[in-house]
Design a protein around this ligand. Structure first.
Ligand code: 5AD
Ligand code: FES
Length: 366
């Protein structure tokens, strides 16, 4: 337990042990790191996680161009701005040509990887559409991550076959009860876990993640989330603070929480996940930037090693709004690249161009 008198001795011993070998923290220790509050202690935590990122993932930050391919969604998650019941959203789906154009833009900017994300749709037509897009992207020779929600193992295998090598599916929370409070009854936490297992069997680099600062969530629950990443042996993590969206049912039930506190919790989760898992890829989510202008850079300084600047045509950015205050609504892809270069330079970091930035953890396992 954390002693009252000299907390930093306790902390430096713990951080040293955590940095020495992966998965060496107990649930209670993970929780006590998430409960840290003093500025000095937090700075120590972030510095240890950032040093470990450099040791396990190398200097620099991997980059993926993010394509928001469509906001049509069959799901009705209580927190999400593009939930199917939100009639205020203008729905769009990019054509295959538009997705390929965004990928070409990413290639032109020397991003060697692409993430294709959209609302969740399960249909043969959609499966074929994505297969077709993937085949058309092959000549660009990009590392491709899909983030297209729950699908059958057969669909995952078809997309893998068509050229995708990574898949992100956030579990949202590892606590089935909290999951049930955030989703309509037809959403199954178990199915999501099964999907993660199917993705692993299919050979993807598998990513998951949670939201933090959710109403009803405890530090204990977040500590369990980090253990869940370890139990599932994931290769990549994409997680971020929950930010209420005014047109969703959860917004009314979300207690006021200062943006700075949501951000701090997001940073703590990055740092603690790095200290627990060592060589996985961890993204600094755009939600961090929605909470503070320098949110993503602070994510890197807390141990994240991946950034995903948007390469979607600016005319669609406003429609793909999962939460309030989405950043970079009017900045096109090359503006975002310059802005990121400048921001990372200011913290002594840099984007890694021309490299896919695969998860080292994946290759260490196989
Ligand atoms: N705040 C933060 N993140 C959100 N997401 C959805 N809605 C919100 C919100 N209001 C996240 C979920 C989802 C991902 C695409 O975006 O974790 O998996
Ligand atoms: Fe888009 Fe800074 S990253 S404007």
């Amino acid at each position: 337990m954390q002693p009252m008198a000299d907390g930093s001795d306790w902390l430096s011993t713990l951080l040293e042990r955590a940095s020495g070998s992966p998965r060496s923290l107990t649930l209670g220790e993970l929780e006590s790191l998430l409960l840290l509050e003093g500025r000095d202690d937090l700075d120590m935590l972030y510095a240890a996680a950032h040093a470990l990122k450099v040791r396990c993932c190398g200097q620099g930050v991997a980059v993926r161009g993010l394509v928001e391919a469509g906001n049509v969604c069959a799901k009705d998650c209580f927190y999400c701005g593009i939930r199917k019941s939100n009639a205020a959203v203008e729905r769009y789906s990019l054509s295959a040509d538009e997705i390929v154009a965004a990928a070409e833009e990413a290639k032109r900017l020397d991003y060697a990887s692409l993430v294709i994300q959209s609302g969740e749709i399960e249909s043969e037509a959609h499966t074929r559409f994505i297969e077709d897009v993937l085949r058309r992207l092959a000549p660009l020779d990009l590392g491709i991550t899909l983030s297209l929600g729950e699908q059958t193992e057969d669909v995952y295998a078809r997309w893998r076959e068509a050229g995708a090598t990574r898949y992100l599916l956030r579990i949202e929370t590892s606590d089935p009860e909290l999951y049930a409070a955030l989703h309509p009854a037809e959403c199954s936490w178990k199915r999501r876990v099964e999907c993660l297992r199917a993705l692993r069997r299919t050979g993807y680099q598998v990513g998951t993640g949670v939201m933090c600062a959710l109403p009803g969530q405890t530090m204990r629950s977040l500590a369990r989330d980090v253990m869940f990443y370890g139990e599932m042996d994931v290769d990549m993590i994409g997680m971020g603070p929950y930010i209420p969206h005014p047109d969703t049912p959860l917004a009314a039930k979300s207690p006021d929480m200062a943006a700075a506190d949501r951000l701090e919790l997001g940073l703590k989760m990055i740092a603690v996940s790095r200290l627990y898992l060592h060589d996985v890829n961890i993204a600094a989510a755009t939600a961090l930037q929605a909470l503070a202008d320098d949110g993503r850079e602070r994510g890197v300084l807390a141990g994240a090693n991946v950034l995903m600047p948007n390469v979607t045509d600016v005319r669609w950015r406003k429609a793909y709004r999962l939460y309030a205050n989405k950043p970079c609504l009017n900045e096109n892809a090359s503006l975002c690249r310059h802005c990121l270069d400048r921001r990372l330079d200011a913290i002594g970091e840099h984007l890694i161009y021309g490299e896919r930035g695969d998860s080292r953890h994946y290759f260490a396992r196989s």
